[in-house]
Design a protein around this ligand. Structure first.
Ligand code: ADP
Length: 406
């Protein structure tokens, strides 16, 4: 009997062979159909369960696909709307919430022209339901292998919550700035107005002290001396408070400033204190920064002044460093003084907060609060790294002056 796979002359296959091949082809086709169906099902379920809306249109703007999220966000109940009518029909507005999005700016219109759209924000007011929301669009053209535009795809995200949260934060920020300004104004007015009566109290007390020196008993003289001391302290506090409120109220413009000059001036002002304790102060090359020169001088003066005041048993050794970074300079003022317990590293920057009594170290707890205000006014940060008995390093950063400026 002849075999079914027997080769016929001229390479032709027998009918039996052909039948087997066709049957195998049919099985393979059925398998790939099943695979395709499975993949389509998976893709469809991913597509419909996405939180992002997805819309696909052809070259003429005819909608090919849109998932459930897109229908919810945009209200796509109308089909076959011409692209130039999209903004009007779907209620798309620019971020002022009142200008209808011009047709040529509509993301899917732009991608149909071959452009891509990244993170475009729109405000949607659905003309039917009146529902309002903020959305973010990312769109890409659909291209064939040769780069011809076949249509476009848009991914839409509902950013209403995010936008609301951003607005709340911005409003809180404005509120904080307003109340800060009010507080500064109050501190300024109160301390300014207090100065005058305080001068009178202190003046009359001193007059009493001088005029009635021999006529008063020891107790009366002690009481008057205490009153004079108290008035002096109060005056110093008020001056500190005024200096604090002046940082924001009376600042000079922030311009390119030589930090070396500000540092030198601070040392001149501290000359007596430096000489008294035999301090050795060294420094790196100090750069040009964006700063108010007076305030920068005061910053160096307060930090170096503290390093002198809070010295340990050895003569103070203080080093001022400046490290160039991408957009700013990181300064540090390092000392070998008594150090600060990490528990107090934040507290010391608050106004009137001190870690010592006046008998141990004189002061009012305003110096570092002023430093912090100065650095923050310049857009920087001020912090300390320290351990008790290990010295302290105060860090602050200042922006580099804009390029092109001297
Ligand atoms: P004052 O020196 O008048 O107390 P400051 O605001 O300048 O006010 O400092 C607050 C506190 O921080 C000081 O009381 C002191 O305890 C601590 N302090 C500041 N600088 C240093 C320093 N270089 N070394 C150790 N402690 C410091």
């Amino acid at each position: 009997m002849a075999s079914a796979s027997r080769q016929l002359p001229n390479g032709l296959k027998s009918a039996g062979d052909l039948k087997i091949e066709v049957e195998q082809g049919v099985v393979a086709l059925e398998q790939s159909r099943t695979r395709l169906r499975d993949q389509t099902r998976i893709l469809k379920s991913v597509f419909s369960s996405m939180n992002e809306g997805v819309v696909v249109v052809d070259r003429l703007g005819k909608r090919l696909l849109a998932n459930h999220a897109a229908e919810l966000m945009v209200g796509l109940d109308q089909r076959d709307v011409a692209p130039e009518k999209w903004a009007e029909v779907y209620g798309f507005f620019l971020s002022d919430q009142s200008t209808l999005c011009p047709a040529h700016e509509f993301p899917l219109v732009r991608v149909m022209r071959g452009q891509r759209v990244d993170d475009a924000e729109f405000f949607i007011r659905n003309p039917q339901s009146g529902e309002e929301r903020w959305v973010n669009f990312n769109s890409r053209p659909l291209l064939d292998d040769r780069g011809t535009v076949l249509g476009g795809i848009a991914v839409i995200r509902d950013i209403s919550e995010h936008k609301r949260a951003r607005e709340i934060v911005a409003e809180q920020q404005r509120e904080l700035e307003r109340s800060n300004r009010d507080l500064e104004q109050f501190a300024y007015a109160a301390s300014h107005d207090l100065q005058e009566p305080l001068r009178a109290v202190s003046g009359y007390c001193q007059l009493l002290q001088r005029r009635y020196k021999g006529q008063l008993d020891v107790n009366a003289q002690r009481y008057i001396a205490e009153a004079v001391n108290g008035a002096r302290r109060m005056q110093a506090l008020i001056e500190g408070l005024l200096a604090y409120s002046r940082v924001a109220r009376r600042g000079n413009p922030i311009v390119p400033t030589d930090s070396q000059t500000a540092f030198d001036q601070a040392l001149v002002n501290l000359e007596a204190a430096i000489g008294e304790c035999g301090a050795v102060i060294t420094h790196d090359r100090l750069p040009l920064v964006a700063a108010d020169s007076m305030q920068l001088m005061l910053l160096f003066q307060n930090l170096i002044g503290n390093a002198l005041k809070y010295r340990g048993a050895d003569p103070p050794r203080i080093h001022v460093k400046a490290e160039e970074r991408e957009t700013d300079w990181l300064f540090s003022v390092q000392d070998n003084g008594i150090g600060i317990d990490p528990r107090h590293h934040e507290k010391i920057f608050l106004i009137f907060q001190r870690l010592h009594t006046r008998n141990e170290y004189p002061g009012m707890g305003i110096g570092l609060a002023i430093c912090l205000k100065i650095v923050e006014r310049h857009g920087g940060h001020l912090w300390v790294e320290s351990e008790p008995g290990q010295g302290s390093t105060f860090f602050f950063n200042l922006l580099r002056p804009p390029q092109g400026e001297p």
